[in-house]
Design a protein around this ligand. Structure first.
Ligand code: AMP
Ligand code: GLY
Length: 428
């Protein structure tokens, strides 16, 4: 089977790495890919924003399956365009991708189907939004409706901060059209976890949970990023909690989307707050998380290809993935300057030595190759993943691999996994 993966980050490297191991895969392409992906797939220079170009590429290579990594092309209708060309893909249609693409759509959908999430109101008018904030008081959460590269959320601890966020998003349009509408919602208290499921339009199967670390600095300090590291399994996600998430959030979402004639097929990533009253949905993403995907792929024991293929073939009721008992942990190495303007073009050495650490696997997130050298080409540049008997061993191996990487212009957090290693009850 010929497979095309769309994207160029650590998530896509991890997916390509897992797909490459499958005896069912006869050819693997990635658009546009990166220097690490090029070691396992044939990388082709079509950007993820070029929907017609991606469809043409899939046709030219006669691929049997397209796995879409990031949300952008999903929201832009890549899966619709592939379907129109008769090409199977893993990912939702543009209409179903509104679960991530429009926070207002997601909140109203949850209200219609009694899916537990923070209480909220939607606004297209700044004055009305401000009046609501004054009436509710702080803490309160202000969100731009549309995609804002993970930055369109302000958790305001004071009323003044919330009012400033409304001005920034709606009046000054800091995120462009994404801020034309706002969702303002209740502040939830608890421990966060990322929960993943595959849905084929009808059947949903769990893929497990992970926890990531959004802040750039140790001890969860500094500005938020796309994620500086992750680990799985997440201790907060006991099997009882996972069953509640499936019963209260994931299956009602699959059923609700189908009932609304907008069936969801693809990866559903539920960003959760585990509160004293149970799981509450913070947000949906319609794709794997990055770096979470790297730990999920590291723990996956089964062949990934039949799982992916079951999504467009509506056959998830016939597959059940197996996982290694081990824990997995990934440390993101970023270029100096990230999450502001990262330094580009600096050389990275020692990757082979890092990969030689037992249980370790380095995924490339933002690299390019030049004359046989590997250069940094993004903010988050590497994901250094490792498996171990428990989170502590996985962490020790991942940092042993990090320490073999010779890249003076790179940095990472030194405390990935702390929540899983702290005494329970003292970490929320
Ligand atoms: P989002 O982009 O929606 O995932 O939000 C980014 C981060 O803001 C989340 O990971 C949470 O840490 C925080 N957040 C979002 N919504 C809420 C909420 N209602 N209550 C508390 N924290 C939230
Ligand atoms: N790591 C969070 C995300 O992929 O959205």
């Amino acid at each position: 089977m010929k497979i095309l993966v769309v994207g160029s980050g650590g998530r896509e490297h991890a997916l390509c790495w897992a797909i490459r191991k499958s005896p069912l895969c006869s050819a693997l392409y990635c658009a546009p890919g990166n220097a690490g992906i090029a070691e396992v797939a044939d990388c082709l220079p079509v950007p993820v924003s070029d929907v017609p170009g991606l469809v043409a590429l899939a046709q030219e290579k006669a691929v049997d399956l397209v796995m879409v990594g990031p949300e952008g092309p999903l929201v832009a209708g890549l899966v619709d365009a592939l379907a129109a060309a008769g090409i199977k893909a893993v990912g939702p249609t543009a209409a179903a991708a509104r679960l991530e693409g429009s926070k207002g759509f997601m909140k109203d959908f949850c209200a219609r189907h009694a899916i537990p999430t923070a209480a909220y109101a939607r606004f297209t008018d700044a004055a009305a939004a401000k009046a609501y904030v004054r009436a509710q008081g702080a803490p309160i959460v202000v969100k731009a409706d549309g995609l804002a590269a993970g930055k369109g959320v302000v958790v305001a601890t004071t009323e003044a901060e919330a009012l400033a966020a409304i001005d920034m998003m709606m009046t000054e349009r800091a995120f462009g059209d994404a801020g034309g509408e706002l969702v303002i919602e209740e502040f939830l208290v608890g421990e966060e976890a990322s929960f993943f499921a595959l849905i084929d339009g009808e059947t949903a199967i769990p893929l497990g949970a992970a926890q990531d670390h959004k802040a750039v600095g140790d001890g969860d300090t500094g500005p938020n990023t796309g994620g500086m590291g992750a680990y799985a399994p997440a201790p907060v996600m006991t099997s009882e909690m996972a069953e509640r998430v499936m019963a209260e959030i994931v299956r009602p979402t699959a059923a609700g989307m189908a009932a609304e004639d907008c069936p969801f097929a693809g990866v559903l990533f539920a960003g959760l707050m585990i509160t004293a009253k149970g799981p509450r949905l913070i947000e949906f993403n319609v794709r794997f998380g990055d770096p979470e995907c790297q730990v999920l792929m590291t723990r996956l024991k089964s062949d990934i290809v039949p799982l992916l293929l079951a999504v467009p073939e509506r056959a998830l009721d016939r597959v059940s993935p197996e996982w290694h008992d081990d824990a997995a942990l990934v440390v993101v190495m970023a270029a100096r300057g990230y999450p502001g303007t990262p330094m580009k073009g600096t050389e990275i050495r020692g990757l082979d030595a890092a990969n030689a650490v037992e249980g370790a696997q380095v995924f490339h997130a933002g690299t390019r190759a030049e004359n046989g050298r590997i250069l940094a080409d993004g903010g988050r540049v590497l994901g250094v993943a490792a498996r171990g008997r428990d989170v502590r061993e996985a962490q020790a191996r991942a940092y042993a691999a990090v320490d073999r990487i010779d890249w003076p212009e790179g940095f990472c957090r030194r405390d990935i996994g702390w929540r899983a290693l702290a005494p329970r009850g003292k970490n929320s």
